[in-house]
Design a protein around this ligand. Structure first.
Ligand SMILES: NC(=O)c1ccc[n+]([C@@H]2O[C@H](COP(=O)([O-])OP(=O)(O)OC[C@H]3O[C@@H](n4cnc5c(N)ncnc54)[C@H](O)[C@@H]3O)[C@@H](O)[C@H]2O)c1
Length: 324
């Protein structure tokens, strides 16, 4: 079974690739575990040391011919993660439209030309929701995105659903909570604060939080989201039916609770490295995002969230080898 991951050089794409290498199999259309024979990553940049068992294609998803040349005719599984992230797509409208919208359409068209309709997992986002929202969103809440990024993700979901209905592919879209803790450097996502609030103080740095401490976050750990990608892929078509998008489960915390938990786990000195300097531009984007969800459909389908914020922080501490 050949696997293709767009955004395979990124935070979640590369993690997914390593997980698939360890796992060695994915479920095929017949419901049986099939050995993975190739994992190909498409991205504009890659980590400095990529596992040699992974094939890399460096290129722009939205450039003419890139996908068609990279995607092998017998590819069975596609994970579409490449994206210009939220604040990036808000700052550069044309770039967001080109990569997030045109790029997705180009990928879906290329999938349509494959020997057999592939299974495709698309990473959407809770940025699909915005505007006037109920206190707790649920599976029946209508997406009304208030950012270009959110709009591009929702259009992607609809395209994935229609290409599926037409029988061109077997698509599954996941609305991801904010993934915390993201290691490394901050990125252009407006949600960058949600990881930085843990990562920077635990790494010995002062962090200037751009949002007030009453701000809520709907989050999921990297470990759980990778588990969700594989689970979404492996579920039979009947588990999805005609509804090809699901809100993933997560947990809700406020920044104040995050700092309190940091203090409890890592001590007062670490927690006091969080300072506040409000950035109205980031605040305007984050204020449109929902923070509380009921996700009965996802839970019934077998997706799950982290048990609590402590386990999310401890995952990061363990992975990064931080002494606390
Ligand atoms: N991390 C989160 O909190 C979060 C939350 C909601 C949704 N998502 C979605 O999950 C996916 C993965 O997110 P991530 O956190 O790994 O982000 P990331 O920025 O680390 O990875 C995205 C990758 O896409 C690549 N990319 C961008 N433009 C490209 C182009 N034109 N051609 C080819 N590759 C291109 C980037 O180089 C990057 O490596 C994205 O689609 C993102 O929108 C992430």
């Amino acid at each position: 079974m050949k696997v293709f991951i767009t955004g395979g050089g990124g935070f979640l794409g590369y993690r997914l690739a390593r997980t698939l290498l360890e796992r060695g199999t994915l479920t095929g259309r017949d419901g049986k575990a099939a050995p993975i024979t190739q994992i190909k990553l498409l991205d504009t940049v890659f980590p400095p040391q990529t596992d040699p068992r992974l094939q890399r294609v460096q290129g722009d998803l939205s450039a003419p011919g890139t996908i068609a040349a990279a995607l092998e005719p017998d590819t069975a599984s596609v994970f579409h993660l490449a994206s210009v992230v939220s604040a990036g797509a808000e700052a550069d409208f044309d770039l967001g439209m080109r990569v997030n919208l045109e790029g997705t359409r180009i990928l879906l068209e290329a999938c349509r030309q494959l020997e057999r309709p592939p299974r495709l997992v698309f990473t959407s986002s809770v940025a699909a929701f915005g505007g006037e929202l109920p206190a707790t969103l649920d599976d029946s809440t209508t997406p009304k995105p208030q950012t270009s990024y959110g709009t591009q993700k929702v259009i992607g979901e609809y395209l994935v659903a229609d290409y599926t209905r037409r029988g061109f592919l077997d698509g599954r879209s996941l609305r991801l909570p904010t993934i915390v803790v993201r290691p490394g450097k901050p990125n252009l996502a407006a949600s960058s604060f949600a990881s930085a609030i843990f990562r920077e103080p635990l790494g010995g740095e002062i962090y200037e939080c751009p949002l007030p401490d009453t701000t809520g976050i709907w989050l999921l750990s990297p470990r759980k989201v990778i588990e969700a990608f594989v689970h979404a892929h492996d579920l039979p078509e009947t588990a999805w039916g005609s509804n090809r998008v699901v809100n993933l489960p997560g947990i809700t915390i406020t920044i104040r609770q995050a700092v309190a938990e940091l203090r409890r786990i890592a001590g007062r000195e670490v927690a006091e490295r969080v300072r506040f300097k409000i950035d109205p531009r980031i605040k305007a984007i984050v204020d449109t995002w929902p923070v509380r969800f009921a996700t009965p459909r996802a839970l019934a389908m077998g997706f799950s969230a982290d048990s609590d914020i402590e386990s999310v922080i401890r995952d990061h501490i363990r992975e990064q080898g931080i002494a606390v």
